[in-house]
Design a protein. Structure first.
Length: 102
């Protein structure tokens, strides 16, 4: 979006992904608004920040994008199923809406 060398672009992608490893998907009251849609908007803004940050570097980074993808896969396998969009853990556990304002 903002340009950059291939190394800078990979660095931005790596940063954007690594900061979301292990996040749970625990929809409150079965709705994806909390936390999923909110998180996606936040992540999109952070991805742009990562691109801007990487543009101030030479693109050299310690962790490769491929390694982050590998760790994300491993983390997904290791994460208990109650945090995988089941509505049984995390924020979803025991939360009940009592009105539209909560």
């Amino acid at each position: 979006l903002f340009g950059g060398s291939p190394a800078q672009i990979e660095y931005a992608a790596e940063m954007g992904l690594e900061h979301h490893l292990g996040m749970t998907c625990d929809p409150v009251c079965g709705l994806v608004q909390i936390p999923c849609i909110e998180r996606n908007a936040y992540a999109a803004a952070r991805a742009l920040d990562a691109n801007i940050y990487s543009s101030f570097t030479d693109g050299i980074h310690r962790v490769s994008f491929d390694r982050v993808v590998q760790v994300m896969k491993e983390t997904g396998h290791d994460l208990p199923s109650l945090y995988k969009e089941t509505g049984e853990g995390g924020l979803a556990k025991g939360h009940v809406f009592t009105s539209d304002k909560q």
